[in-house]
Design a protein around this ligand. Sequence first.
Ligand code: GLY
Length: 291
Amino acid sequence: MTSGQIRESYIKFFEGRGHIKIEPAPLVLENDPTTLFTSAGMQPLIPYLKGEPHPKGKRLVDIQPSLRLQDIEEVGDASHTTFFEMLGNWSLGDYFKKEQLSWCWEFFTKELGLEAERLYVSVFEGTKEVPKDTESAEVWKSLGVPEERIFYYGVDKNWWSRSGTPEAMPEGEIGGPDSEVFFEFEDVKHDKKFGEECHPNCQCGRFMEIGNSVFIQYEKKEDGTLSELPQKNVDFGGGLERMAAVVNGYSDVFLTDVYEPAIKAIEKKTGVDYASSEENAIDFRVIADHL
Ligand code: GLY
């Protein structure tokens, strides 16, 4: 499947489930001084996630070019890029966990045809303020994900806001617990440099995160606590380049058709093969990402 086919299939899948396609926002948002660049599909939708009615309704879908400079030091490995296209679907106070996780599973296993046995999921383990997300775990189990492929993580991994953990969220920022899907590359061996045991959030390259369903239902208050938003939202974000990698059996996003022209151009200019060594590959990825 090409990246173009994935884009088309995602939009069609969610349009078929009552979503309206919206136009992506520019990379530099007008009237939003909070970040230099649009860093997620949810960013232009913040007023609507907070409760303002969206003119196109409660179910939206789009593909948002996003730039995350906070990831710049990670660029050079096989999965991180600063720029990417985020496939996104939203429920603005409409459907919630059951529908979202079921559709997410259906999209990955049926539309993209990923082998269910290679998919792992994570859910939020809870804090004093926010309960453990047993509801999402139950939905995953009902879809056939066995208990041993469901992992619980805390605020560092399974909480999403633009600023990270609840503690780091400034007043007025919205966020919530999330549930991620990971693809396992059986042929990539665990590297103990990244920890004794491998697990879905390990950075050794055996697992690649391909989608994140965020349940945006909290807003940070002035006194540092979280308050419930007037509505429970779904904010799904999945990287197109990563989906294009896993669907074609690549554990490296720079092997996809998205990056092929840049990689080929660098090979031509330098006379060096991308695959000649891991050291060269790192340089290629940095240049390709920055291009
Ligand atoms: N907004 C969800 C994500 O960026 O993962």
